[in-house]
Write a protein of this length. Structure first.
Length: 275
């Protein structure tokens, strides 16, 4: 089945906080009702009950499931079966078998595979090609924890090399499979400048969307993904100039070939998505 639109701004909402569901849905492009890390073990059952009673737009709602093999996985699937939600995010996806387990439990659902362990990142190519996978996402903190590390970022706030490798690996796997990839959350809510820089890089690198953990981050992500007027005009002018050319040509002192034209088309696509 086809997946839901990816964003550009997805917002996690703890599933045990139903009073936040509506606000999250209003503010973000897609809301992710989280049954996993955002919910304490003692609140899991309450979260599933709240999920089952919710009536958000299925086309803009994702449910994050606990990992296959955990006691909560089957209970999460049971809760989802009683709703109209048809897209799920599988935490700690590590193999195509994990995706198959979701489809076996829930039928023809779209699966956003969250590759956030060493095994999941290494197997990202195979996961991306699995039936039902509509997008990939990567996660830094669980990845580093799976390696026995203590932090995904340096003291300066930039990702460590292993996290950057995982980010690239998952993005490339998604691109090779022809599906979208979601960039990981930025956990320092107060650092809007850092979020903006990271979101800008996500856009330039080819991510389809970026996830967030606080409503205040949504506008920053949307701004990064929406080209400004000058960028749109440059793209239009370049494509217009290409209409009279054959093959490689020079424009404003720079060589232009088909990949550069595809970059320009991508800008116009994002401008259209941004409204």
């Amino acid at each position: 089945m086809s997946g839901i639109p990816l964003g550009p701004a997805l917002l996690f909402c703890p599933a045990d906080r139903p009073e936040r569901y509506g606000k999250a849905a209003e503010r973000a492009d897609t809301v992710i009702l989280d049954l996993e890390d955002a919910v304490a073990p003692a609140a899991k059952e309450a979260a599933r009950r709240a999920l089952a009673a919710s009536v958000l737009d299925p086309d803009r709602t994702v449910v994050r499931l606990n990992a296959v093999g955990t006691p909560d996985f089957a209970l999460d699937c049971e809760a989802v079966r009683g709703t109209n939600y048809r897209t799920v995010m599988l935490a700690k996806t590590e193999s195509p078998d994990d995706v198959a387990a979701v489809r076996s439990a829930l039928g023809d659902v779209g699966v956003i595979a969250l590759c956030e362990t060493a095994r999941g990142v290494v197997n990202a190519v195979e996961i991306a090609g699995s039936d039902g996978v509509t997008a990939l996402m990567w996660g830094a903190e669980d990845l580093v924890a799976s390696l026995g590390g203590t932090s995904s970022r340096t003291a300066g706030g930039t990702y460590r090399a292993v996290a950057l490798h995982a980010r690239s690996q998952v993005l490339l796997a998604a691109g090779a499979a022809g599906i979208g990839c979601i960039d990981a959350v930025f956990v320092d809510i107060a650092d809007t400048e850092g979020l903006s820089t990271e979101a800008d890089d996500a856009v330039a690198s080819g991510f389809a969307a970026k996830a967030s953990i606080h409503p205040s981050q949504v506008a920053v992500i949307r701004t990064a993904f929406a080209p400004d007027d000058a960028e749109v005009e440059r793209a239009r002018a370049l494509l217009a100039a290409a209409e009279g050319e054959r093959g490689v040509f020079t424009y404003e002192g720079r060589m232009v070939d088909e990949p550069i034209l595809r970059h320009a088309r991508s800008v116009l696509v994002r401008a259209g998505v941004a409204g």
